[in-house]
Design a protein. Structure first.
Length: 316
C-alpha cells in the first residue's frame, strides 16, 4: 500500500460565497472540532503525509485556523489554503508566515464577471488582499477557475498577476454536480496550446487527460485512495474521494485503524474503477495521482511543477 502524501482536511462546509461551479455551500455547515483536528494531524504525520490542504467551504471562517497551521508546520507538513479573500484582510496578520502555498481565488479581470461567478462581492477584497499580503511579505498565488465563459480572461489576468510578480494558476473547471459545466474540449485544446510563460502555471497533464476522455476505468490513472486522505468536518474519511463519496469511515479509532478496514481495502482496489469514475477529470486528485506512473502525464505534470518552483522561488 502506498503511503499517502496529501490530506484534504475539510474544516468546515460553511461558506460566505455562492460559487456557480461548487455545491459545498449548499451543504449543512458542519465544522470540525479543533482538538480532533490536532489529534488527526499527529496521526497524519505518523502516516507520512507531507502536504495538508486546510479547505472548506471557506477555511478562513474557521476561527482556530492559525493554531492548526502552526501545528502542521511544526510537524514538518507543507500547508495550503485557498480563500475567496472576503475575510483575508482582517485575518492576514494572524496567518502571516504560516501558509506555504497561499491561494487567492480570482476568475476574471472583470469585477462584475468574477463577483457573478462567485455569488458574492469579493473582487475588490481580492485586490485588497493582494496588497495586504505583499505588505506582510507574503507571496500568494492567484488561482483561476477556467470555465467556458472565462477562458478569454486568461490573458488579461496573467498580465495583471505577473505585473505583481505573482503566479497565476490555471485550474480547469470540472463537472461533479451533474450539471453540464465541464470545460469544453475546444477550450481544453486551446489551453494545451498556450506556450510556457513566466508566472503561469498551466498543468498540461490535466488537459491531455481531458482530451483523451478523462479517466479510463479499465486502465485507470487515478490513485486518489493511495495518494490522498480526505477528512470531513464531522470526522470521517471519505472514499474514494470528496466529490464521489461511496463510503464514509469513522475516525473514532484513528486514521490508521480506518485505513485498515475492509471498506478502505475495497476502495483501494476499486480506486478509479467505480462506474462513476468513468471519464473523471477532477484535478485535485489526478494531480498527486500522476506521480505514481512514469508515463506522458507524469512528465507533463512534472514539467509544470518544476516550472512553478523555478518561477516562484528561483527566477528574479
Amino acid at each position: 500500500m502506498y503511503k499517502p502524501i496529501l490530506c484534504f482536511y475539510y474544516l468546515t462546509y460553511a461558506c460566505n460565497a455562492r460559487c456557480q461551479f461548487c455545491d459545498i455551500w449548499r451543504r449543512h455547515p458542519h465544522t470540525a472540532e479543533t482538538a480532533k483536528v490536532q489529534q488527526h494531524l499527529r496521526q497524519l504525520k505518523e502516516l507520512g503525509v507531507r502536504y495538508i490542504d486546510f479547505t472548506g467551504g471557506e477555511p478562513l471562517l474557521y476561527e482556530d485556523l492559525p493554531q492548526l497551521l502552526e501545528t502542521a508546520s511544526r510537524m514538518g507538513m507543507h500547508t495550503t489554503i485557498t480563500t475567496n479573500c472576503i475575510l483575508y484582510p482582517q485575518r492576514a496578520q494572524s496567518l502571516k508566515g504560516l501558509v506555504d502555498f497561499l491561494h487567492f481565488s480570482l476568475d476574471s479581470a472583470d469585477s462584475n464577471q468574477h463577483d457573478s461567478l462567485r455569488g458574492a462581492e469579493c473582487f475588490n477584497k481580492v485586490m485588497e488582499s493582494i496588497e495586504t499580503a505583499r505588505q506582510l511579505g507574503e507571496k500568494p498565488d492567484i488561482l483561476m477557475t477556467v470555465t467556458n465563459k472565462t477562458f478569454n480572461q486568461i490573458e488579461p489576468l496573467w498580465k495583471f498577476v505577473s505585473s505583481k510578480g505573482l503566479m497565476l494558476i490555471l485550474n480547469p473547471v470540472f463537472n461533479y454536480t451533474g450539471k453540464d459545466d465541464d470545460l469544453d474540449k475546444e477550450f481544453a485544446l486551446k489551453m494545451l496550446q498556450i506556450p510556457y510563460r513566466k508566472f503561469l502555471y498551466n498543468n498540461k497533464a490535466f488537459l491531455k487527460l481531458r482530451l483523451e476522455g478523462g479517466n479510463n476505468t479499465q486502465k485507470t490513472r487515478c490513485r486518489a485512495v493511495s495518494s490522498t486522505v480526505v477528512i470531513s468536518p464531522n470526522g470521517n474519511i471519505l472514499l474514494p474521494c470528496f466529490h464521489r463519496v461511496k463510503h464514509k469511515v469513522s475516525l473514532l479509532k484513528g486514521i490508521s485503524a480506518a485505513r485498515n478496514t475492509e471498506t478502505f481495502r475495497e476502495a483501494l482496489v476499486y480506486q478509479g474503477r467505480y462506474s462513476f469514475c468513468r471519464g473523471c477529470n477532477i484535478n485535485c486528485y489526478f494531480d498527486p495521482s500522476f506521480l505514481y506512473l512514469p508515463d506522458e502525464l507524469f512528465f507533463r505534470s512534472l514539467i509544470a511543477k518544476a516550472k512553478y518552483v523555478y518561477d516562484k522561488f528561483i527566477a528574479d
